[in-house]
Design a protein around this ligand. Structure first.
Ligand code: TYD
Length: 203
């Protein structure tokens, strides 16, 4: 079976990852790759419904964690795995690293709980490459304050996002080879040049 690839984009809110996703997809498409752009929470009809709840409805940290993995299961089953089976490359705005960073770091949920759900929902499956957009949590907060109305996560304070950033740092330590850390304070063209260089290593 031809297997596509799974590439994820991560970072604290305000780090600038979304600016680069569509451009990245176009770079791959120009090389003849079938590309599917997706996101988490979301990426399937049910998971998009769960996203609306996750970003807007009050709930405990436990419920939040379980809903995130429920959404992830549906997204993988209906969208990601079928696309990869036909050879497509799936680019995903956030995945399980976000759960370790936000629910583990930010909310303080036990990492073992997250690992248990991870090994249930996607045993042996991880991104082939993860672009982690890094900016100082203080700068990200300034950027967020200029953006549209905040959702449940964006409304969190500076200390929450500092813990999220630490959560990401722990993820890199676990699997350094998978991550490509992008300095999100660079200009758009500087970031693109770095990404382009990394894309060229795929062939
Ligand atoms: P994102 O799509 O980056 O937000 P936006 O569309 O506003 O740029 O992500 C939505 C939010 O979901 C983000 O604040 C982080 C949060 N999130 C988690 O807390 N855990 C997760 O596992 C995922 C995938 C997202």
């Amino acid at each position: 079976m031809t297997r596509g690839r799974f590439i994820t984009f991560e970072g604290i809110d305000g780090a600038g990852k979304s600016t680069h996703l569509e451009w990245f997809a176009a770079q791959l498409a120009a090389r003849g790759v079938e590309v599917l752009l997706s996101r988490e929470p979301g990426g399937s009809e049910l998971a998009e419904t769960l996203r609306t709840l996750l970003l807007g409805a009050a709930m405990s940290s436990e419920t939040e964690l379980l809903l995130i993995f429920a959404a992830r299961h549906d997204h993988l089953e209906r969208t990601v795995l079928p696309a990869m089976a036909r050879g497509a490359w799936v680019l995903c705005d956030r995945f399980t690293d976000s759960t370790y960073a936000y629910q583990g770091g930010g909310r303080g949920m036990a990492l073992e709980r997250i690992a248990t759900l991870e090994s249930w929902v996607h045993p042996g499956f991880a991104p082939d490459r993860t672009y982690l957009f890094h900016v100082d949590p203080a700068l990200a907060a300034t950027r967020r304050s200029r953006a549209r109305a905040a959702d449940r996560f964006e409304a969190e304070d500076f200390t929450f996002f500092s813990r999220v950033a630490e959560g990401y740092a722990r993820r890199i330590a676990v699997d350094p080879g998978r991550f490509f850390v992008v300095d999100g304070t660079q200009s758009v063209s500087e970031v693109r040049a770095e990404l382009e260089q990394d894309i060229s290593t795929y062939w």
